[in-house]
Design a protein around this ligand. Sequence first.
Ligand code: PFF
Length: 463
Amino acid sequence: MGARRVSVHGEWSSRLAFVLAATGSAVGLGNIWKFPYMAGENGGGAFVLVYLLCVACVGVPVMMAEVLLGRRGRRNPLETMATLAREEGRSAHWRWLGGMGIVAAFLILSFYSVIAGWTLAYVFRTAGGVFDGATATTVNRVFAALVADPERLLAWHTIFMGMTMIVVARGVRGGLERAVRFLMPALFVLLIVLVGYALNSGRFDEGLRFLFAPDFGRLTAAVVLAAVGQAFFSLSLGMGAIMIYGSYLPHGASIARTSMTVAAADTAVALLAGLAIFPILFAEGLHPDQGPSLIFKALPLAFGHMPGGAFFGTLFFVLLVFAAWTSAISLLEPPVTWLVENRGMSRVRATVWAGVVTWLLGLCTVFSFNLWSGWRPLAAVPGFAAKGVFDIIDFFGSDVLLPLGGLLISVFAGWVMARASSAEELGLGESPGYRVWRFLVRYVTPAGIGAVFLFRLKDALAS
Ligand code: PFF
């Protein structure tokens, strides 16, 4: 029955197109901006190790589950969950899992676009030679000036949302599929060039040690939760983006192989970004725990001292913009498909609606770096005393909704859906591979994420 369903939005032209698009979704700011600063804040090696485990044991099985649900349902996440639940004779309330994904997509895209706006701004700063021969003080000053100015942040946020809306409005296949074919390999090559630079002029050994020598003393429940959240964020899981991309996947393409390829590419990019950034950071005497501004300070500093730095720096930020762009498109896609399918809107109209709502929500992030920078809206809540508006949106989107979405997706795929249905859709039969997957989504993923939530709750209440 699932085999006959088709998506009203069309299909990818091939399995490769899906791999590129899903990699385009997965590889983004999460890999190049967030992963290094999360690793920096959470003690390096121990975080990286937990992260790799999370990708292998939780990320890949959940990604397979999401793609399989998407391809079987062939609708927006809300409708896909409703259809599949009905088909399995289960409660229609499962649709709210899809709805939660759509809300998470809104939340995450709202701040994602603001940060992507910073990368746009940095394209022009690097090209203009602002960082030539820069010192740590200069890069700090340039960054502080950018985020302190709400008008400038607003302008870049608006431009980036506009870019995202244009592609989504034109349809997935026409705009996105063509773009990712060039952009993803190009980003890979450039990262390797940067790692080469770090190898020669930075303190590569120190960077390697920081990333790969775990200090288990730093392994707390908070670090584990951060790693799970980051794995979900980086792989674009738990919110219907991969589900919607799965709904455009042609039948016959191997879900297991494609998911593993996407996860491997995503992880490789995150590690390469770490290898490019930390040695440079240490060579310049900077600390790795600077939070969200890390990439906007360490890299410009390096480019400022590199032969041809203005050129490579510009290219790097351009490609970072494209990486963010292909991710942002996948975040706008679930709400848009919902508006088209359930509200009967045209794709263009749906894109404008979803885009404008996200843009408005993005204002919270814009202001949280300047006008509202001292505001701690949840100061009275244990664990939230130090969190600003951006931190709170990021926390609920990345650390709560995404893992929760992933947890429920695995419960659905592992427990609610009949064994025959998932085996059929994965096309693995009763092979050992299928059994491993089923074991992981039935036991490992829910238990792992559940335990992390409990620890986190305890942590938050104790602080
Ligand atoms: N995976 C993207 C990144 O690492 O930047 C972010 C993202 C995109 C998260 C799409 C979730 C999503 F649905």
